[in-house]
Design a protein around this ligand. Structure first.
Ligand SMILES: *[C@@H]1O[C@H](CO)[C@@H](O)[C@H](O)[C@H]1NC(C)=O
Ligand SMILES: *[C@@H]1O[C@H](CO)[C@@H](O)[C@H](O)[C@H]1NC(C)=O
Ligand SMILES: *[C@@H]1O[C@H](CO)[C@@H](O)[C@H](O)[C@H]1NC(C)=O
Ligand SMILES: *[C@@H]1O[C@H](CO)[C@@H](O)[C@H](O)[C@H]1NC(C)=O
Ligand SMILES: *[C@@H]1O[C@H](CO)[C@@H](O)[C@H](O)[C@H]1NC(C)=O
Ligand SMILES: *[C@@H]1O[C@H](CO)[C@@H](O)[C@H](O)[C@H]1NC(C)=O
Ligand SMILES: *[C@@H]1O[C@H](CO)[C@@H](O)[C@H](O)[C@H]1NC(C)=O
Ligand SMILES: *[C@@H]1O[C@H](CO)[C@@H](O)[C@H](O)[C@H]1NC(C)=O
Length: 307
């Protein structure tokens, strides 16, 4: 009877300890940004005979261990396919664990078990927030050709995002906002500004945790385009040279042609046979001139089209 009661007592105690171990310790919630360093503090000073163990995730993978008595520190780099490789630092006085350059893969439950005079354990619920991409502001290209408008049409866009808001701000006031919940390959929001506008505009991408801002530079985005609608200096020089060259060739041909005509009239007194020969020569000359001139014209057009 006594034996049964004793066993019962042991059983209940074990259960209690078990419950304390698994559910009794507090869970600290920690939230960090991707790329940051995170230190999980134990708030204890390790005793000379303590053994501590850090575990991670549902598999309770043993990622680090300190044996104070044997003065041994062990960081397991191979655990979980090297997910923690070169990222873990362990403070041998306190047992604090530091994860450097943390990624979303390190989201999860961390547990430290300290075995000494008594066994204690703490848990940390770590969530790592992915960084948002910086939105990109670009000019709507079709606007470049219509020089009539004094406005500059812009688009702020971002690729592959979900659960975000994209907004345009003028100074601190919100101009427009678009919010999406599903995955968006390309999310964009338009804005129209005047060339002379001196206000500060910015495009902001945010989710519940973080945001990214891109400032608009009207001078940079809107006026480079208006420059390219005209011809650049180099283009102008090239076209000028081609035109001058063409004119000179035409002039030379004309001079040559008039010269031949002149000599022809001089020889007019000679036989009719000879005259036919010369007339043919003049005709050939004309034929050669024309295609050449048209080739030059093509070059001019190509120069204009290629801007
Ligand atoms: C590290 O962890 C892996 C997987 O859990 C295990 O196989 C290996 O023995 C551990 N290494 C050490 C030194 O504890
Ligand atoms: C504990 O860390 C200190 C410096 O942080 C170092 O000097 C000492 O050697 C370390 N002890 C062990 C056992 O690694
Ligand atoms: C941080 O981790 C990422 C991904 O694992 C890696 O590409 C990057 O180079 C790391 N940065 C530093 C400073 O170690
Ligand atoms: C950890 O936090 C997440 C949300 O950040 C929550 O869904 C999860 O239930 C928490 N886990 C524990 C064991 O507290
Ligand atoms: C973005 O921030 C605004 C307030 O700054 C907030 O109302 C909105 O819910 C946030 N967007 C998302 C997707 O969390
Ligand atoms: C130019 O933009 C302003 C807003 O910046 C707008 O009020 C106006 O209607 C626009 N004009 C044209 C011609 O698009
Ligand atoms: C962006 O986040 C910072 C803090 O991370 C906050 O101070 C700022 O107000 C946020 N900006 C917007 C537009 O939500
Ligand atoms: C805007 O762009 C112009 C031309 O590229 C540059 O000179 C100027 O410094 C930029 N302004 C800002 C505030 O970045």
């Amino acid at each position: 009877m006594m034996k049964k009661m004793f066993l019962m007592f042991v059983y209940l105690s074990l259960c209690f300890c078990c419950l304390m171990g698994v559910f009794g310790d507090e869970v600290k919630s920690v939230s960090v940004m991707e790329g940051d360093s995170l230190t999980l503090y134990t708030d204890t000073k390790l005793q000379t005979d303590d053994v501590i163990m850090w575990r991670f995730g549902p598999e309770e993978a043993r990622i680090a261990k300190i044996n104070k008595e044997k003065n041994k520190i062990l960081i397991n780099d191979t655990v979980l396919d090297g997910r923690f490789r070169d990222r873990l630092q362990l403070n041998n006085q306190t047992g604090d664990l530091t994860i450097t350059n943390i990624t979303t893969q390190h989201t999860g439950l961390y547990q430290i078990i300290i075995k000494g005079n008594r066994e204690t354990s703490y848990r940390f619920n770590v969530s790592v927030n992915a960084r948002l991409p910086v939105p990109v502001i670009s000019r709507v290209s079709s606007q470049c050709s219509s020089s009539s408008s004094s406005n500059c049409s812009l688009l702020c866009s971002v690729l592959n995002v979900r659960d975000v808001s994209l907004s345009w701000y003028k100074g601190n006031s919100l101009l427009s906002i678009i919010s999406v919940s599903d995955l968006n390959i390309r999310l964009s929001l338009p804005l129209e500004v005047e060339y002379q506008d001196t206000n500060t505009y910015s495009c902001v991408l945010n989710n519940t945790n973080t945001n990214q801002t891109q400032h608009l530079n009207i001078t940079h985005l809107c006026q480079t385009c208006s420059h390219t609608t005209g011809l650049t200096f180099v283009h102008k020089v090239v076209i000028c040279c081609v035109a001058v060259g063409c004119l000179m060739i035409v002039a030379l041909i004309l001079i040559f042609w008039s010269y031949r005509k002149y000599t022809n009239t001089q020889k007019h007194v000679q036989t009719s046979e000879q005259e036919i020969t010369y007339a043919e020569a003049t005709f050939h000359q004309k034929q050669r001139c024309k295609p050449r001139a048209s080739v030059e014209t093509n070059v001019v057009y190509a120069g204009v089209m290629r801007r």
